[in-house]
Design a protein around this ligand. Sequence first.
Ligand SMILES: Nc1nc2c(ncn2[C@@H]2O[C@H](COP(=O)(O)OP(=O)(O)OP(=O)(O)O)[C@@H](O)[C@H]2O)c(=O)[nH]1
Length: 418
Amino acid sequence: MSQRLLVVEDSKPIATVIKQIARSLKYEVVVATSLAEVEELLSHDNDFFVATIDYSLPDALDGEAIACVLSHGIPGVVITGKMDDDTRQKILAQPVIDYIPKENSQAFLYLKRILHWQQTNGDNAILVVDDSSAARNHIVELLKRRNFVVHTANNGIQALEKLAQHKNIKMVITDLEMPEMGGIELTNEIRKKYSREQLAVIGISGASNGIHSARFIKNGADDFLRKPFCPEEFYCRITQNIESLNNIAKIQHAANTDYLTDLSNRRSFFRSAEQRVVEYVKRKVPYVLAMIDIDHFKKVNDNYSHEAGDQVLKVIALYMRKHFGAGLTARLGGEEFSVLLHGVDTDQLYNKLDDFRREIAVASMPIGEEHISTSVSIGVVFDSSESLSQQINLADSALYVAKENGRNQITISGAEEE
Ligand SMILES: Nc1nc2c(ncn2[C@@H]2O[C@H](COP(=O)(O)OP(=O)(O)OP(=O)(O)O)[C@@H](O)[C@H]2O)c(=O)[nH]1
């Protein structure tokens, strides 16, 4: 279900621009053009995810609509043509998400980013570490306004425990002086376990000299805020750091993923598989490495089209996800895939691979106007203690035999009969 945006705006052209922005982000939009209209609407329908509120309306010249919308528990962004200090103070004295000056040419681009952040901040958990409950609660309130998931801790020791419990924490905001473990020591401990690509740290201190910001940064923090800070500065720092973490995650995902199927690519498969194989051998966990190749795939391209071939590759990837969910799956290149699976014993692992092979052999894949049938050949190595590249060579040789023997079958390395 799409999220609902309430647009409180008396100017038609501005309401139209906001509607366009909101719809590009899949918001459902409801417009109210005066305070009276907003009051009437909210009296029977206040289920809105977020609101944009024009500061001056014909019947509410001095921001009265802000309090009205906020009193219904709807987070609001204020859009204003007035940007004198007095107005700014009045707006910021209320718990708004942000305010945007209308005359700014970047205003609507910024609004789009805010509306997008409201939708996506829920994926980002932040840990607030402070021994003062008043200071902690203030930061928590600011973060919740922006829809972040928030965890709290009273000191560094508790913070490390929370980080171990909640793997989705992306940022730690920590005070400097706390009992048991302070902010600098905490930052130091965090950097022993979590890289800057995994977790951002922002230090906070009330001390007036600059030495603490330098200490925080030298001990691995990404940023620093001096108390007291204004909400605007706070939000700028938080958003900048979260955005840069998300950008790094996107780049890493692109570097490790096959663009067509969204499975791991060769490089990422090798890196992860190498670690897993070492663990399996050490812990004597039954496992299998399989090379999977689509049969006569060239004919799919020749008989239908290269695009249809691409679709078939995507469908095979979906079947791999379905059958080998917990395993490591990859497209190594072309029409060749691989999987590393662990399980109860060799029979169970073999049956999983064979279920996959059989389902593909009987599937009729709807691709465009056509229905395409295909099959796969599989070469496997069980519980080997050879190096990963040697195992891949062995599985490849077994795959070759499966092809030679008629395709649509599994061949186990060491048991080949040509
Ligand atoms: N559509 C599409 N085709 C690809 C892609 N990568 C490789 N191919 C095609 O995959 C085909 C592989 O052909 P072959 O190596 O002769 O193997 P095959 O036809 O599957 O025959 P066997 O493996 O012997 O059963 C070639 O036609 C490549 O052009 C891709 O990303 N998309």
